[in-house]
Design a protein around this ligand. Structure first.
Ligand SMILES: [Fe+2]
Ligand SMILES: [Fe+2]
Length: 192
């Protein structure tokens, strides 16, 4: 499937705001990939499709994940925000003919991140926050950091999510904390 065909299919299932966001993430992921000399085609497809499961209703998403052999944890089961990345892996593979494991993994991990992310996973995680349609406190600093320190930028994105979830009194997913700690431990030289 070509990128244009992917865009057309995605446009048919996502609401206009989510589709615009997806294009924004695709464009920002492309810029970051060029800057860091990461495979641009993979970044474009992963950015475009990262939210491709966002149209699936929460209950249906959980039953689909179980059918695919996933075991969403108790926090992922409650929060739609957290399980659409997992489901996106399967929808990208089955409805958009994506076979590349790097792209699929970047979609899978985009909501929480994880310890030991690849550069492609990091730029999709970051572009989701920094794409041009986004606006929130602290975003200017995050945007600037994206172009000189990927790890620090991932940490700032995780910080921002953690602060936001705390301010709303919501659950935190342990992977968000792991992502943040991983970036700090690497910077301190405590992890290779
Ligand atoms: Fe997402
Ligand atoms: Fe997104």
């Amino acid at each position: 499937m070509t990128v244009t065909e992917m865009k057309n299919r995605l446009k048919g299932v996502l609401n206009p705001k989510r589709f615009k966001h997806s294009i924004g993430v695709m464009e920002e992921a492309k810029r970051l990939a060029e800057h860091y000399q990461i495979d641009v085609k993979k970044a474009v497809i992963a950015g475009l499709l990262h939210d491709c499961a966002k149209y699936v209703e929460a209950d249906e998403a959980i039953s689909m994940l179980l059918r695919y052999g996933e075991q969403p944890d108790e926090i992922q089961r409650i929060s739609f925000q957290l399980h659409h990345g997992l489901l996106g892996y399967y929808i990208a593979r089955e409805q958009y003919d994506v076979t590349d494991g790097d792209i699929l993994q970047a979609i899978y991990w985009h909501t929480t991140g994880k310890a030991g992310m690849t550069p492609l996973e990091k730029i999709i995680f970051i572009a989701d926050y920094t794409e041009p349609n986004r606006a929130f406190n602290g975003l200017d600093e995050i945007r600037k950091t994206a172009y000189f320190d990927l790890d620090l930028c991932v940490q700032l994105c995780a910080d921002s999510t953690i602060r936001h979830e705390l301010s709303k009194g919501r659950l935190l997913h342990p992977l968000t904390i792991e992502t943040r700690n991983d970036m700090i431990l690497r910077r301190l030289g405590a992890r290779a």
